[in-house]
Design a protein around this ligand. Structure first.
Ligand code: NAD
Length: 497
């Protein structure tokens, strides 16, 4: 039995309704989904199983709220102030939000606290983007013509999010979408909806008008699909697996709906012979086990120069041995549970397959019996590029080692994937580093660090890792339409005389 004494396990299951048009409502739903903490196996939250009728109500509310200008018509300074107030309320309720995130996702409480604090900072930053957004002008079209480029909010945005970072991922999208003047209908993962529902509540408390943020809970094939199919939704922002992203794109085509897709990855970490190996070992392990490896930008393929492979391997194993896997409510714990029994079995299946494919298991390779649904950090050596372990996204704390001799080989290995989400480069040589930065196909590249950054920087993927960019000014512009305006400045020369 786990010892949850350090942070109190809540006595009651928290029950949520849906949040539509500024109020809590059961809507057309009558069934519930009860979520158990994956680390404890105890009920923690319950949400409603939304229906297509609920999506209809939410989309209508968002449509009206957009079309009547109650949000997009505000001065940007007013939108900015309201979004900043949401950031303040997130800070006020940080402990509650972090608890919900930890209980539903199964991640350590210190990690959830960090994510909630980081999310509040993103809301603050995105608030400023409401005022930073601007168009352009062309004063060089000749004496008779003046050109303006206007950016207008695209309209109603459907936001579909995954379970791994429900609060943080929403913070990377929703405040930017709101800053642009759009309204939103959000469908969080059915396993981790609580903090999304809480943010809708906090935004209402901050004074964001009714209908601007709507949350419909439930399953992807019903609620998610209905959002994607709805003709009054102008754009879909989807974050999740490449397969569902693909079907979202296909289904959006019916209404020529704009989509932004943030999908999976099989991300390389390249270690050159001149790297600081101590620093690299730390960054590699962090990139491998953060959120128990359930991170889209996880670095799961370690591509290491042959000359330093043995030494790096030793350093990696020493680091991994120090990772505390345990009760997610214990602030000393670094790694928690896998999200669900299905995902747990899937991760263990990948490990078994790597073993049977002939990879050498260096550590881990199974579950930690102290903690429900856990997987020990698992590292494989002697792998080949064509093995499944080097091709498919495991979404667990599992990585594989590959070796190279030339920089050319390293880059070819890094790019030997259908994905292009993120990459790490470890080197003290400027030429090696810049060559690799230029040639590796990935939306985010970290040099001598991993998973660092701030909301100023865009996020998104190359290839099958996605389309579009979130965050920074790019993440606001993504949700705008561009209108070019041509103004005649004098007597127009007639077309027919
Ligand atoms: P998923 O694709 O199964 O689900 C994502 C969301 O889509 C959920 O809300 C789900 O209910 C919904 N959904 C499911 N079927 C749907 C349908 N037919 N129509 C519309 N919506 C539907 O992904 P997941 O298992 O929740 O998350 C893990 C995946 O997400 C991994 O592949 C990971 O790499 C990816 N991910 C990517 C990023 C990124 O920024 N690139 C971030 C986090 C996670």
């Amino acid at each position: 039995m786990l010892d949850a004494s350090l942070v109190q396990f809540p006595k009651d299951t928290r029950r949520f309704q849906q949040f539509i048009d500024g109020r809590w409502t059961a809507g057309a739903s009558s069934a519930e989904i009860v979520r158990q903490s994956p680390a404890h196996g105890r009920d923690v939250t319950a949400i409603l199983v939304g229906t297509a009728l609920d999506v209809e109500a939410a989309v209508r509310a968002a449509r009206i709220a957009f079309d009547d200008g109650r949000w997009s018509g505000l001065p940007s300074s007013a939108r900015c102030k309201l979004l900043r107030r949401v950031a303040d309320l997130i800070r006020r309720d940080a402990e509650d939000l972090a608890m919900l995130e930890t209980l539903e996702v199964g991640k350590p409480i210190t990690q959830s606290r960090g994510e909630v604090a980081g999310a509040a900072d993103i809301w603050d930053y995105a608030a400023g983007m409401a005022q930073a957004l601007h168009g352009d002008s062309h004063n060089n079209l000749g004496d008779g013509l003046f050109g303006m480029v206007l950016r207008e909010p695209i309209g109603v945005v459907g936001i579909i999010t995954p379970w791994n970072y429900p609060f943080f991922i929403l913070a990377e999208r929703l405040p930017f979408i709101l800053a642009s003047g759009c309204t939103a209908v959000i469908k969080p993962s059915e396993m981790t909806s609580a903090t999304t529902l809480r943010i809708a509540e906090l935004a209402a408390e901050a004074g964001v008008p009714a209908g601007v943020i709507n949350v419909v809970t439930g399953t992807g094939p019903v609620v998610g699909q209905a959002i994607v199919d709805h003709p009054l939704v102008d754009m879909v922002s989807f974050t999740g697996s490449t397969n569902i992203g693909r079907s979202t794109m296909v289904n959006s085509a019916r209404h020529i709906k704009k989509v932004s897709l943030e999908l999976g990855g099989k991300n390389p970490q390249v270690v050159f012979a001149d790297a600081n190996l101590q620093a690299a070992a730390d960054g590699l392990v962090y990139g491998m086990v953060a959120n128990a490896g359930q991170t889209c930008v996880s670095g799961s393929r370690f591509i290491v120069h042959r000359d330093v492979a043995a030494e790096l391997q030793k350093l990696l194993l020493a680091k991994i041995a120090r990772i505390t896997v345990g009760d997610t409510l214990d602030p000393a714990v670094k790694m928690g549970s896998i999200i669900s029994p299905v995902q747990h079995a899937k991760v263990l299946g990948y490990i078994e397959r790597a073993k049977s494919d002939g990879a050498e298991l260096l550590c881990g390779g199974g579950a930690n019996t102290e903690l429900l649904l856990s997987v020990l950090p698992t590292l494989f050596a002697e792998t080949r590029p064509e093995m499944q372990i080097n091709r498919e996204e495991v979404f667990g704390p599992v990585a594989s080692l590959l070796t190279f001799e030339t920089a050319e080989e390293a880059i070819a290995l890094a790019n030997d994937t259908e994905y292009g989400l993120s990459a790490g480069i470890w080197s003290t040589n400027l030429q090696n580093t810049l060559q690799a930065v230029r040639r590796i196909k990935a939306g985010r590249v970290w040099v001598n660090t991993f998973m660092a950054g701030g909301p100023e920087m865009p996020i998104g993927g190359f290839r099958q890792s996605g389309i579009g960019r979130e965050s920074g000014i790019y993440g606001v512009e993504e949700y705008t339409e561009i209108k070019s305006v041509h103004i005649d400045m004098g007597a127009r020369s007639p077309w027919l005389v």
